[in-house]
Design a protein around this ligand. Structure first.
Ligand code: 5GP
Ligand code: ZN
Length: 137
């Protein structure tokens, strides 16, 4: 399979490992938003949040916590942003599921957020009902 992150797991492309266990691999992002910006991936190829097995997601979240603690302890990060993009529309560029673990310091602007929109309880109530009817599957 022509997947750049699978090739990193296989050692065919060099990377800078931060942490590894049986199910996951964590390595420094090559275009970091901040010093210590780490990517956490399941070793087994899976494309995105929608298609991933729950076990792969659990393992990735556990490793994200481990990496967050490393960044907190070693780099004295004040905070941690988790970014996780799914689909081209969301900015996913590499189609092997990955979690960005980004250390944050007071006053940095390392991660851009959304602009808060406006709505009201009537609209939210109808929307939430529509989403609940979708059944969560
Ligand atoms: P996405 O936009 O898919 O959420 O994030 C993909 C990330 O992978 C980007 O932050 C990009 O810098 C990183 N990336 C892409 N290719 C490589 C690579 O070959 N090595 C490493 N370490 N990171 C990569
Ligand atoms: Zn892959």
């Amino acid at each position: 399979m022509d997947c750049i992150f699978c090739r990193i797991v296989a050692g065919e492309i060099p990377s800078h490992k931060v942490y590894e266990d049986d199910a996951t691999f964590a390595f420094l992002d090559i275009y970091p938003a901040a010093r210590g910006h780490t990517l956490v991936i399941p070793k087994a190829h899976t494309t995105d949040l929608l298609s991933a097995a729950p076990e792969a997601l659990e393992a990735a979240v556990r490793t994200s916590q481990t990496v967050a603690r490393i960044l907190h302890n070693v780099l004295q990060a004040h905070g941690i942003s988790i970014v996780q993009n799914n689909g081209r529309a969301a900015g996913q560029d590499v189609f092997h599921y990955h979690v960005h673990v980004i250390p944050r310091w007071e006053g940095d602007k390392a991660v851009r957020s959304w602009r808060p929109g406006e709505t009201d309880h009537g609209v939210l109530g109808a929307l939430a009902a529509e989403l609940r009817a979708g059944g969560g599957t």
